[in-house]
Design a protein around this ligand. Structure first.
Ligand SMILES: Cc1ncc(COP(=O)(O)O)c(C=O)c1O
Length: 368
């Protein structure tokens, strides 16, 4: 164990070989569509500086970040042939910075279109962009009236040529949800008016909705990082993260004694309690208080008591005492406890668990 690993309360392992294998599986699944990658939010908390180059080495050339600064940080990590698209577009008056850093905006409003057009005009050269149309999520993208205004002005097509026409699905993980067909129909009607422009609709789950949803470019994030793309169906992707905490100390409590803040757990008989150095400050959500199971040498141990800022407590009464030494490893996310199961117990989703993963963990990248 390295000194840094020995200092940390927990070790987060990120398997880059699994990211690569997931990318390949998505490529098979996506048929003729090119497979890009959503690496926003620091590649969902896993490290865009590691995940980005790993995917670039697999041939990925279309990367999506949310913010301008994420794009600026990612640019030096990727080959010059890789395109980086900024999903939120340029914040007002920052358009030139996108050019300076080789980034392409996703234009979501007429205001963003006009600003990008004005820059193209002043630089006297075309500036490509992705155009996002809203097909029912009412979150990002041109509402119908603004999309009409864009199409009505031929100057825009010339000065800011569309790289892709894009939209985003709201309910794709639920394959029979009527919203999928409704969004597809709306997207296709925009596309019919722009038949020569490549199109992009699907996120991870959208890829699994079938060929009709795949168009020219798909934009998976979650599936690359091992999150199940289809609700209620076995996950075909490889797990990418594992989290192992460590025992700080153990004690025996008697019937009627309590554990943790708010004494939300009380023993009904003698119990052995282990304290682990992972808490809500590390992204172990407080909603997991008195819920969940960790594993010690493959054996389940229930979590008891309230999640503290820096620690959680386990009932380890069923574990042999020689396995409960200070420093012993405890599986919090791993082969016995998949990420999606942890998320379900927390009343959350794998995306939130990943993006909350703590900065205090020692991170080990394997398979790079
Ligand atoms: C516009 C857009 N495209 C693609 C993605 C990737 O989605 P997922 O992680 O579900 O594959 C996201 C993520 O939220 C997104 O906002």
């Amino acid at each position: 164990m390295t000194p840094q690993a020995a200092h940390a309360g927990a070790i987060l392992t990120v398997d880059l070989a699994a990211v690569r294998s997931n990318y390949r599986l998505l490529r098979q699944q996506a048929g003729k569509a090119t497979v890009g990658a959503a690496v926003k939010a620091n590649a969902y908390g896993l490290g865009a500086d590691k995940v980005g180059p790993t995917l670039a080495a697999e041939g990925c050339r279309h990367f999506f970040v949310a913010h301008l600064d994420e794009g600026i940080a990612l640019r030096p990590q990727l080959p010059a042939t890789a395109e980086i698209f900024v999903l939120h577009g340029a914040p007002p008056a920052t358009e030139r910075e996108l050019i300076a850093h080789g980034l392409t905006p996703v234009l979501n409003s007429l205001q963003q279109i006009e600003a990008w057009h004005a820059l193209a005009h002043s630089l006297e050269r075309p500036l490509p962009a992705i155009f996002q149309v809203d097909t029912g999520m009412s979150r990002m993208g041109l509402p119908a009236t603004e999309a009409e205004a864009w199409l009505a002005n031929p100057a825009f097509m010339k000065s800011i040529p569309p790289r892709f026409l894009m939209s985003h699905l709201a309910c794709a993980e639920h394959q029979s949800h009527p919203m999928n067909a409704s969004q597809l129909a709306r997207f296709q009607s925009w596309r019919q008016r722009l038949p020569h422009i490549p199109a992009s609709l699907a996120n991870s789950s959208g890829i699994f909705l079938g060929a009709d949803f795949q168009f020219d470019l798909v934009r998976p994030g979650a599936a690359l990082y091992g999150i199940a793309p289809v609700a209620g169906v076995a996950n075909p992707l490889q797990p990418v993260v594992a989290l192992h905490g460590r025992i700080i100390q153990c004690r025996t409590i008697q019937r009627g004694e309590h554990v943790g803040y708010g004494i939300s757990y009380s023993a009904t008989e003698e119990r052995r309690i282990a304290t682990i150095g992972v808490g809500y400050a590390d992204g172990w959500l407080r909603s997991m208080s008195n819920r969940g199971i960790a594993f010690i040498d493959g054996q389940p141990t229930p979590m008891v008591g309230t999640v503290s800022m820096d620690s959680i407590t386990l009932d380890v009464s069923g574990i042999a005492s020689e396995r409960l030494q200070a420093g012993a490893s405890v599986e919090l996310i791993g082969p016995h406890r998949p990420l999606d199961d942890v998320a379900r117990l927390a009343g959350s989703i794998g995306y939130e668990i990943l993006t909350d993963l703590g900065r205090r963990y020692h991170r080990e990248y394997i398979g790079g």
